[in-house]
Design a protein around this ligand. Structure first.
Ligand SMILES: C[S@@+](CC[C@H](N)C(=O)[O-])C[C@H]1O[C@@H](n2cnc3c(N)ncnc32)[C@H](O)[C@@H]1O
Length: 353
């Protein structure tokens, strides 16, 4: 990489650019909705200026930490610039074309509009929904092609920085197995989606065996395109349910799970955490990342409470008040720690030997 000062300026400029682009997209699409589909406007409270300032501060803190951890060599700096600009630019117009059907679904409270050819028996009922009012839910290539751009817009360009908060605790946890060859270590990402987290892990831990599991074949196809490129160690992507994963007991040295729990009913959250514990080797590390919660981020309570009014997130209200630490303990995890970064809370926990 070039001069560190220039690289830092480039990184900050890109982050600010992404943030402005996200804000502009949201403002223009809201205005369009006011004119074209006023019935779809959600009934949310305006965000107070103090909260907006707090949001800006926590975005800046996140960018600072992201940079510092790259400088410390926790992950390569090149990761901060790993954005498929051309692909996203080519797909961006599709987002606008998709908006009217999103408004229509929100207006008519239609939340289960899933492609007809889908074999509904193959999926749990809670999954067959248009999460975020997304066209086709998680069940089409169209949805998979737009997902990453939608998430970056939602989080004003910080989604990858928030996902990266799992890397430092993951590396710390894997130190326990430093007497083994890196190629023998197995790391699993649960509900991997389009594979953004796996891509970050792969660029940090080049030799470990990586696995990703998700219910969506379309999302996994997208992940495979990003991950299994020439010269990169193969990542195994498996279509399956996180409630009962096709992995042996104690077969993984680390398990990660990013942005899944808030999309699960509470009893399923517990089942998934139990399953993560089952596949983890004693001494292994589990890193969980998901939305912040009301108990530790009271300053953002109004935003959290309004989130499900803007996006179809049927289990979000329950999630933000759920005691995840109790669920982790219940599964058998210990040494539980958590920390919040902008809109994401990261837990780390171990399975005792
Ligand atoms: C909000 S996305 C998060 C994806 C990814 N981890 C990320 O950071 O963007 C939720 C993902 O969970 C997957 N999912 C939901 N329920 C699941 C389940 N029971 N088993 C496996 N995957 C599931 C969805 O298909 C989707 O890819």
């Amino acid at each position: 990489m070039a001069d560190p000062d220039l690289t830092k300026i480039a990184y900050k400029t890109i982050q600010q650019g992404k943030s402005l682009a996200g804000l502009a997209h949201k403002q223009i699409s809201s205005k369009l909705m006011e004119y074209l589909a006023p019935e779809a406007i959600p009934n949310t409270s305006p965000i107070p200026s103090d909260t907006l300032n707090e949001l800006r501060r926590s975005i800046d803190d996140l960018a600072d930490l992201d940079w510092q951890e790259a400088e410390q060599g926790i992950y390569p700096k090149s990761q901060l610039f790993d954005i498929p600009w051309l692909e996203w630019a080519a797909r961006y117009p599709l987002l606008w074309l998709d908006l009217p059907s999103t408004w229509q679904r929100r207006k008519s409270k239609e939340t289960r509009s899933i492609p007809k050819q889908i074999d509904q028996e193959a999926y749990p009922n809670y999954y067959l929904q248009n999460f975020h009012h997304q066209t086709d839910g998680y069940l089409s290539d169209h949805s998979a092609g737009l997902y990453d751009i939608q998430v970056e817009i939602l989080f004003n360009g910080t989604a990858d920085s928030m996902r990266r908060r799992i890397i430092a605790p993951l590396k710390r946890g894997l130190k326990r197995f430093s007497d083994r060859s890196p190629g023998s270590l197995k790391v699993l990402d649960v509900a991997t989606g389009t594979g953004r987290t796996l891509k970050q892990i792969r660029s940090t831990l080049k030799d470990v065996e990586l696995f990703g599991i998700d219910l969506s074949g379309s999302y996994l196809r997208q992940a495979s395109q990003y991950l299994n490129t020439k010269g990169t160690k193969f990542t195994q992507l498996i279509r399956g349910n996180a409630e009962f994963m096709p992995f042996e007991d104690q077969s993984m040295q680390a398990v990660t799970c990013v942005f899944l729990l808030h999309e699960l009913p509470p009893n399923i959250r517990q089942k998934v955490l139990n399953e993560c514990w089952r596949v983890l080797e004693p001494g292994g590390i589990f890193i969980l990342a998901d939305s912040i919660q009301t108990s530790d981020s009271p300053q953002f309570e109004s935003i959290l409470n309004d989130f499900h009014k803007v996006f179809h997130e049927p289990y979000y209200n329950n999630y933000i008040n759920d005691d995840i630490e109790a669920k982790l303990l219940n599964s058998g995890f210990n040494a539980i720690k958590s920390q919040s970064h902008f809109m994401t809370k990261v837990w780390s926990a171990t399975k005792s030997v």
